[in-house]
Design a protein around this ligand. Structure first.
Ligand code: G3I
Length: 461
């Protein structure tokens, strides 16, 4: 189904920068904001993989529920979980993911029905004349169990070798290339409304492997086999998003198929630094822009919510930091670039609170942020009746912010709880008068302004 844009006017003006006050922050966390809202306004979804163990991490689920509108179970619908021995099924873990998704207004991409990996040993041990019946029974039982609950199924996962030939797994060896059409037809019979996908990695750009996928799906379409889309996993290395990605997606959609970015991550040699994080931000924006530019690209899913949930460090030792959120679920530059690519504004909203009783000072500040840095301007007004002679303004910098230079004040230490002190020429502030200073800082994704200021030990408005 071609993309339709449902205009959500509010989303276009969503502020993704830090917000000054707790009261304002809670509005930003309310339902209807986040990547999903921006994505929906552009007619696509924004999803994440979730595993069953993720569901008991309340920080993670809060981010997932606020930011994403599509869930892919990381492992819970794979054959080794759902049919660990012949004919005995276990849908508990997958059901838990579906139930989380339903209670958070998220849709689900089923992943997956047929795959050479995470395949229980009994399937590989079958005599080849029994593999087709086992595959069909597995697909029918699982797709029937989830009938009506899933947006899509990855019916066959990773069927290709790098040279574009079909992988010689248990299914190919028993049935030849015909197993793909058979799997798709069997899934369609069980759940006619689910979008049926073939999904693979290293098929994002034009190369021998994506050529193989293109030949296969062209043939399946011409034979009337029920196939709706091609999933591009998109496990990238920072700085290496293929330049032919958009053209490659377009050749698939020209066949009358949808495409989806199904498992996005972008791995970095650890430790990440400001330049690799900035390149990652560029990469994420490139991928999102590619999807937005292709009318049948239905959505983007990241593989795991944050860096702590990613498969990368376990598989590629020394590499990681591959998602939009750091290990503490703080947004990284890639989050901001993704939100910006989706049409979000990076303008920071600041609001002045009502002054505390007996306050003798008021502070306003504004932040200007880019991928890895920010400048902040702060103005102190003497709202008392006595002159201020020498000032020290205490406030707390957001996590990951480090001051690199300051003007009209000296600031120590460079991060955490800091004190900004007057310099020689601006220590005296008469009643009703103001003094301004500022600083430049680096950040790792959190561009929030401080929310609380104390001048010479007294809290300011
Ligand atoms: O459940 C067992 C646990 O009992 C055991 O103690 C532990 C010891 O190693 O292993 C656990 O199983 C692990 C499983 O994830 C569940 O956590 C497997 O070892 C581990 O290999 C498996 O990794 C999964 C991987 O697929 C397998 O290929 C990753 O979590 C999962 O994120 C990853 O996802 C795949 C997509 O399905 C397809 N595309 C590539 C993507 C990344 O590899």
């Amino acid at each position: 189904m071609p993309r339709t844009t449902t205009a959500l006017a509010a989303a276009a003006t969503l502020a993704v920068g830090g917000l000054l006050l707790a009261a304002v922050t809670s509005q930003a966390g309310a339902a209807g904001t986040g990547l999903k809202t921006l994505a929906e306004a552009k007619g696509i979804y924004f999803g994440t993989a979730l595993t069953q163990s993720n569901l008991s991490n309340s920080t993670l689920t809060a981010v997932a529920g606020a930011q994403f509108d599509m869930v892919t179970p990381g492992n819970e619908m794979k054959w080794d979980t759902t049919e660990p021995s012949n004919g005995s099924y276990n849908f508990g873990p997958g059901d838990a993911i579906v139930s989380f998704a339903q209670s958070h207004d998220m849709r689900v991409r089923g992943h997956n029905l047929v795959w050479h990996s995470q395949l229980p040993g009994w399937v590989n041990g079958l005599p080849s004349n029994q593999v087709q019946a086992a595959m069909e029974a597995h697909i029918t039982t699982e797709a029937t169990h989830y009938k009506g609950k899933l947006y899509a199924w990855d019916v066959v996962n990773e069927p290709f070798n790098e040279d574009g030939s079909l992988r010689q797994d248990a299914f190919y060896n028993a049935m030849g290339s015909g197993y793909l059409a058979d799997a798709l037809r069997t899934a369609h019979a069980a759940d006619p409304n689910a979008k049926l996908y073939l999904n693979d990695y290293n098929i994002e750009g034009q190369n021998a492997k994506s050529d193989g996928m293109y030949r296969l799906v062209s043939q399946l379409k011409s034979q009337g086999v029920p196939i709706d889309g091609v999933g591009l996993e998109s496990h990238f290395i920072v700085g290496q998003v293929p330049s032919s990605m958009r053209a490659n997606m377009q050749r698939f959609t020209a066949l009358g198929l949808d495409v989806a970015i199904t498992e996005l991550d972008d791995r970095i040699q650890l430790p990440a630094n400001s330049s690799t994080l900035a390149q990652q931000a560029t990469d994420y924006a490139t991928v999102v822009n590619n999807c937005l530019a292709v009318s049948r690209c239905v959505g983007v899913s990241q593989w795991g919510v944050g860096d702590a949930d990613s498969w990368i460090p376990g598989t590629f030792p020394g590499q990681g930091a591959a998602t939009m959120y750091d290990n503490n679920y703080q947004p990284k530059p890639a989050y901001n670039s993704t939100a910006t690519a989706l049409g979000g504004s990076t303008t920071t909203t600041t609001t002045t609170p009502p002054p505390p009783p007996n306050s003798t000072c008021a502070v306003t500040d504004s932040v200007n942020a880019w991928n890895t840095g920010l400048t902040e301007s702060i103005t102190i007004t003497n709202t008392g009746t006595a002159p201020i002679n020498g000032w020290s303004l205490a406030f707390t910098l957001a996590g990951g912010q480090t001051v690199t230079s300051a003007w009209n004040a000296s600031i120590t230490p460079a991060s955490g709880q800091v004190a900004a002190k007057n310099v020689g020429y601006n220590g005296s502030v008469a009643p009703g008068a103001s003094v301004s200073f500022g600083f430049q800082a680096t950040h790792t994704g959190n561009t929030s302004a401080p929310g609380d200021f104390t001048l010479n030990g007294t809290r300011c408005a």
